[in-house]
Write a protein that binds this ligand. Structure first.
Ligand code: CA
Length: 230
């Protein structure tokens, strides 16, 4: 079963927020709402989204401030800014601050949908990484489920391929077990999930690391998760 893409709608105007929710749910997205900047900040710290629709003018913390903070913290979720007419300067600033696109209110919902789809296509990590790529000193072939190290061929499972692909798409960032489990297994974290994640990482390390007791490719970040550095 295909998982619905989860979108966070950050908008203080109730009418617009509800209209966006109805429209996006009709188009098979899952929607979470935030009514101000503070709430958005809290929700983003707890959950992962495929995309964030972020109103520029918000109570408590502005959309600009939020976007700056998120990007500074390494959050890579695509952001589409919702701006009002006459905020031309802010629009440009918004993009400089790391927004992926913007749309001016009032906008046609179909236009917004087209923008959302375009941004999601552009930022889909699987597309960004592709099916063959370098992972540290390894050559990965996702379709063939093979990793080449010098002239040695290592077979990997589909799950291991998905793990490698996720790390390759998110380099130099700490990936929590919870995030990895959600992205690779598509499930919410549980005690079993923690064990499953650790077991798979251990098994993968035994295949690709020179010394799995001292991993250099997928490193452990104590108390936080794992990291692939480039
Ligand atoms: Ca507003």
């Amino acid at each position: 079963m295909e998982q619905k893409a989860h979108i966070l709608v950050v908008e203080d105007e109730q009418k617009i927020r509800s209209a966006l929710r109805d429209f996006l749910e009709f188009h098979n997205f899952r929607v979470t709402e935030a009514v101000d900047g503070l709430e958005a900040q809290r929700i983003v710290a707890e959950k992962l989204f495929c995309l964030i629709l972020l109103d520029l003018m918000l109570p408590k913390i502005s959309g600009e401030q939020l976007c700056t903070r998120w990007r500074r913290d390494g959050m890579q979720t695509p952001v589409i800014m919702l701006t009002a007419k006459g905020q031309e300067k802010e629009k440009v600033t918004g993009l400089n601050l790391g927004a992926d696109d913007y749309i001016t209110k009032p906008f046609a919902l179909e236009e917004l949908l087209a923008r959302i789809k375009a941004v999601l296509r552009r930022t889909d990590p699987a597309r960004a990484v592709g099916l063959t790529f370098k992972f540290a000193d390894l050559d990965v072939d996702i379709a063939a489920l093979k990793v080449m190290h010098k002239n040695q061929e290592i077979e990997i499972t589909k799950r291991e391929a998905a793990i490698i692909r996720y790390f390759a798409a998110n380099p130099n960032r700490v990936i929590s077990r919870e995030e990895l489990y959600k992205e690779v297994w598509d499930e919410t974290m549980s005690e079993l999930g923690t064990r499953t994640t650790d077991m798979h990482i251990a098994k993968l390390r035994s295949k690709i690391e020179k010394n799995s007791a001292d991993p250099k490719i997928i490193k452990t970040v104590r108390g936080a998760g794992y990291k692939y550095e480039t």
